[in-house]
Write a protein that binds this ligand. Structure first.
Ligand SMILES: [Zn+2]
Length: 316
């Protein structure tokens, strides 16, 4: 069995937006017993999450935004930038720790301790923009990870695969003029779902033209439709790009039982997408994957999908 790491910390429960918010601590509380029963904690390498230095976060987010987020949190204000980004006293530190978890995962893979690491972090990150919190997201964990790999580990070419059912607008915008980061997102069609970006003709800008691939899917799509798009577009395009590292924005809200969207994937689809990704990176000679939790709001489905994803990462 290939060594897979897991970022897990009870501290990630501390961002508590209060009742009625789908992005809630219960998401991780639901995942834990499922992973325990499957022996995942015992059979993966624990990767310790620390609180990330603000200097790493400033590679993606403006100092003005970071300061606004910090002070609003300290003052006990109810949200930052949008009511979909609620605050509790621990939100700022928990968001920094989510970044720290993803950074630690990158270090574990680059040191050769693990082939892949799954980061069960919250709050999620892919909607967060340079200068604003958006859609449950405060710091763009995966974008900060890619910048970290570039600056601290000297990697040049990376791919970010975002299969959360919502388009990863923040990640796309940060890298859209960058020819060295290939951003690919498969998501429910933006005419039918938040955040309303991620149309097929968004292919990157300037030097980054064609380093962005958006695959919008109509409501009601099932496993076969995703398989087809992976086989015809996503996997060949990643292979052609030859990334040295794959980052996955792993949202599980395209599951048929998810309450926030209208894509009808089975749990198996998430294992399938994971296995395809692992095989591809091995074939390319760079078996290095860090996967980061984004969405997923039906607690049972989320727990099942995370387990399926981890089983895929542990492909022999
Ligand atoms: Zn989502």
């Amino acid at each position: 069995m290939t060594q897979t790491g897991l970022v897990w910390s009870e501290h990630y429960l501390e961002h508590d937006p209060g009742p009625h918010y789908p992005e809630r601590p219960d998401r991780l509380s639901a995942i834990k017993p499922r992973l325990e029963r499957a022996g995942i904690f015992a059979s993966t390498t624990p990767v310790e999450a620390t609180i990330a230095d603000l200097a790493l976060i400033e590679r993606v987010h403006s100092p003005a935004y970071i300061e606004r987020f910090r002070t609003r949190c300290e003052r006990g204000l109810p949200y930052v930038d949008t009511v979909e980004c609620p605050l509790c006293p621990a939100t700022f530190e928990t968001a920094r720790r989510a970044v720290g978890g993803v950074i630690a995962a990158c270090d574990a893979v680059m040191a050769g301790r693990c082939e892949s690491v799954f980061c069960a972090v919250r709050p999620p990150g892919h909607h967060a923009e340079v200068d604003k919190a958006y859609g449950f997201c405060y710091f763009n964990n995966i974008a900060i990870a890619a910048e970290y790999l570039r600056h601290e580990h000297g990697l040049r070419r990376m791919a970010i695969l975002d299969w959360d059912v919502h388009h990863g607008n923040g990640t796309q915008h940060h890298f859209e003029a960058d020819p060295d980061i290939f951003f690919v997102s498969i998501h429910q069609h933006p005419r039918t779902l938040f955040p309303g970006t991620g149309f097929e003709d968004e292919r990157g800008i300037d030097a980054g033209l064609n380093a962005t691939l958006n695959c919008p899917m109509m409501p009601g799509c099932i496993d076969e439709h995703y398989h087809h798009v992976f086989e015809e577009q996503i996997l060949p395009r990643i292979a052609e790009f030859r990334p040295e590292f794959l980052l996955i924005s792993a949202g599980f809200d395209a599951h048929v039982d998810d309450p926030l969207a209208h894509i009808d994937l089975s749990t198996d689809a998430f294992e399938w997408m994971t296995v395809q990704s692992v095989r591809l990176m091995r074939e390319l000679g760079h078996p290095r994957i860090v996967s980061v939790l984004e969405g997923g709001y039906n607690l049972d489905a989320l727990a099942d999908c995370v387990l399926a994803h981890l089983q895929g990462l542990r492909l022999p």
